[in-house]
Write a protein that binds this ligand. Structure first.
Ligand code: NAD
Length: 727
């Protein structure tokens, strides 16, 4: 079983083909790198070989480094990581120098890369080390360096080469934002050299006619000057000062990879190429040894993918959805119809009036028009997608639907009625799902004649943007319903988590205490600016006050009233209600009314805090420590996640972490609440929780599970072992 094979043709060009057995996409492993190394040595040593082309036996070139390998490299410690990275550098540098004489730069063998499709991460770093990159005319192909998205940065020379090729400014979107391009755009950005119908043939022809000068990279030639200027030139100085400020402004210092990347670029730009590679390797090692990168790779890549591939899917035959019924064409129903039609599913979209149903469909029209104006779609595609959505008031149109998703008003009586009406029409074996955000699934299932085929599929708003879908099992939900929901979520390319039925399920259960803690602090006289910044400096995308403005304050009021009614005297959030009821009374319902905790201008753009806020809740003379505010905001969410696990609402911490990041943006650098608590360590987490509980109340009391872990010296991921279920 080999990942790379070499074939020397009659024209004396050695074709090295990358084709990892048993995988649909090539990923580089350490064994694979060793094989490639041996083949390059063989080809360079073979006097008969005139040139080398590296290509792929699959429809794409490569998806990157095997992230499981990267996660594994850490086990050996920093030196092992550094040595591993340097091995890759040596290999790629060998390709780049191609056996040429170090002084005269003559006598090397031309090496080209032929990319049939997508080339990501090391799948681009390897081509960047060759002398010319040919890509196929394949608009679906994605080319780029997405490492930063999982908390690392291109560490196999991609950083150093791209900056020297494009300059710091030109390389910034690719390195700092992980921007991916199709081949045509990659060519115009200077990432690759040629886009052709047959890249293998073109590369073959090129290596045969390339001369010595074609093999010398600009940075290996005399008099090389970095595009845009070195850091100590006037223009370079401006670039680096600006980049530093921009990166810090965006990340507030919580993402170690972005900072390390900038350091590697800055320090690397001031030294010769080979030293720069060593610097890149050191910073890469530094980032890899940071617990944040482990946590991000684990949640955002390994576990996210495992959940998408059905890690928690019960055994059941394929449940692919063919015809979907949606009840309620409001904001959620329209969004669900859109993503489903985009995935090729036939949709019947029902509302109580034809006009409302049509309005739901027109939401899709709007999104598709926008996509066309941005050249992300075409008129044909639009017509195709819209033709799949049938807006109607007629329940008989639900005949033949194998899944129904109900998204009518949040009212049990209305939901019960539509459940019965739909079940009278749909096939006996169809699955019925509700998109309720607050009502217990087991209660709603009472309206169903087939409660084992009744389930919660909880989308987040806006449906077309949010990546997470929460699947909720009611008391009687059967395993085929779970499989159906999971297969549906897979079809619409979102990430599922499966939880048990309990108040607010999982995501809302954790996000509400975060919002409430922020609002409590306002009532206590903590500066709203301090609250919001404390949250952002922990890596939360939105402060709690901005978040409640976005989700709307009247929704908060509604939830508070319903929760109080359900909990009676045990209701703990009176202090919060005082604030939001007061805002709601004044018509300040959040962004939608252009008035909430913040002021908004006519166009709805957020301005500063509402000037009346300080009059209603004056800021105290003495403000708390930043860390204390951060602990309150983070523990409010994380302890709730632990309680959800302890109570069995959550069955798998992987779902708890992935769901937290995708569902409500829980500090992605931490890998999620369980990853974060593991970084703190259970004993320290218990200590902080107990301190907070003594000062602010029992909502911060450490759950028994966490206390037990502290006593036994356990961690969440240690308890379950990598990749296993928690339960
Ligand atoms: P919405 O008010 O925008 O839409 C509800 C739609 O249902 C309306 O178009 C209404 O005409 C229609 N409807 C009402 N009764 C009907 C009936 N008997 N037959 C057919 N259609 C009927 O509400 P929404 O925000 O889309 O929420 C729908 C559901 O999704 C609710 O259960 C809500 O809790 C849940 N949800 C909402 C969000 C959110 O952020 N808005 C997020 C997750 C879940």
């Amino acid at each position: 079983m080999t990942d790379f094979t070499m074939d020397k043709g009659a024209d004396d060009v050695a074709i090295i083909t990358w084709d990892v057995p048993g995988k649909s996409m090539n990923v580089l492993s350490l064994d694979g790198a060793a094989e490639l190394n041996a083949l390059i040595d063989e080809a360079l040593a073979d006097a008969a070989v005139k040139g080398i082309v590296i290509t792929s036996g699959k429809k794409d070139f490569a998806a990157g480094m095997d992230l499981n390998v990267i996660a594994g490299m850490k086990q050996g410690g920093a030196q092992a990581v550094f040595d591993g990275v340097m091995t890759l550098h040596h290999l790629l540098r060998k390709i780049e120098l191609a056996g040429m004489d170090p002084k005269t730069k003559k006598g090397g063998k031309p090496i080209a890369a032929a990319l049939p499709g997508t080339a990501l991460g090391i799948g681009l770093e390897l081509p960047l080390a060759t002398h010319r990159i040919f890509a196929a005319e394949n608009p679906k192909a994605r080319i780029g360096l997405p490492e930063i998205m999982v908390g690392i940065f291109p560490g196999a020379g991609g950083t150093t080469r791209l900056v020297r090729k494009l300059g710091a400014m030109g390389a910034a979107p690719f390195l700092l934002e992980g921007k991916l391009s199709d081949p045509a755009k990659a060519k115009s950005a200077g990432l690759i050299d040629e886009v052709v119908a047959d890249p293998l043939q073109a590369a073959r022809e090129w290596v045969l006619k390339a001369g010595d000068a074609d093999l010398v990279k600009p940075w290996d030639a005399k008099g090389y000057k970095m595009p845009g200027g070195e850091p100590y030139s006037p223009s370079g100085f401006m670039t680096f000062v600006g980049a530093s400020a921009m990166v810090h402004g965006k990340t507030l210092g919580v993402y170690p990879a972005a900072k390390a990347l900038l350091s590697a670029v800055y320090e690397g730009a001031m030294v010769p190429f080979d030293t720069a590679l060593k610097i890149e390797a050191r910073w890469f090692t530094n980032v890899l040894m940071n617990p944040s990168s482990t946590a991000m790779i684990r949640s955002l890549f390994i576990n996210k993918e495992a959940l998408e591939k059905g890690a928690n899917r019960p055994e059941a035959p394929d449940q692919t959805v063919r015809k979907l019924g949606i009840l309620g064409a409001g904001m959620m129903g329209a969004g669900i119809a859109h993503v489903s039609a985009m995935a090729g599913i036939e949709v019947v979209l029902i509302d109580s009036t034809q006009e409302a149903a049509e309005r739901g469909k027109s939401y899709s029209t709007g999104l598709l028009d926008k996509a066309i104006s941005r050249r992300k779609s075409t008129e044909e595609k639009k017509a195709e997608v819209l033709a799949r959505i049938t807006p109607t008031t007629d329940y008989a149109a639900l005949q033949g639907c194998d899944l129904v998703v109900e998204a009518v008003f949040e009212d049990p009586a209305v939901k019960a009625e539509v459940t019965k009406r739909a079940e009278a029409v749909i096939p006996q074996d169809a699955i019925f799902a509700t998109n309720t955000s607050t009502l217990p699934i087991s209660e709603l299932a009472k309206a169903s004649a087939r409660p084992d085929q009744f389930i919660g599929i909880h989308f987040f708003s806006p449906v077309d943007k949010m990546l997470l879908v929460e699947i909720i099992k009611g008391r009687e939900t059967g395993s085929r319903a779970v499989a159906k929901a999971l297969d549906f979520v897979r079809q619409i390319r979102k990430t599922p988590i499966v939880v048990n039925d309990a108040r607010f399920f999982y995501a809302n259960r954790c996000i509400i205490p975060y919002i409430n803690e922020g609002i409590r602090m306002v009532a206590e006289g903590v500066s709203p600016t301090l609250i919001e910044n404390a949250a952002k400096m922990m890596g939360m995308p939105l402060g709690p006050l901005q978040l409640v403005d976005e989700t709307s304050i009247d929704l908060g009021v509604k939830i508070a009233k319903a929760t109080r009614a359900a909990m009676g005297d045990a209701y703990p959030d009176g202090a919060v209600d005082h604030v939001i009821f007061r805002l709601a009374d004044q018509g300040r319902l959040g962004r939608k009314t252009k008035a909430g905790f913040y002021d908004y201008d006519e166009a709805g753009k957020r301005q500063g805090f509402w000037s009346g806020l300080a009059a209603e809740w004056p800021e105290a003379d003495t403000q708390p420590e930043l860390t204390e505010i951060q602990h309150r905001l983070m523990f409010a969410q994380s302890l709730e996640a632990v309680r959800a696990l302890q109570e069995g609402v959550l069955e798998d911490i992987r779902e708890g972490d992935v769901g937290a990041i995708l569902g409500w943006g829980f500090a992605p650098w931490s890998g999620g609440p369980f990853g974060w608590l593991d970084m703190l360590g259970a004993p320290r987490a218990v200590e902080i929780a107990e301190d907070l509980a003594a000062k602010f109340g029992p909502r911060f009391a450490a759950p028994q599970l966490l206390k037990d872990m502290a006593t036994k010296g356990e961690s969440f991921y240690g308890r379950i072992g990598a990749g296993n279920k928690a339960a």
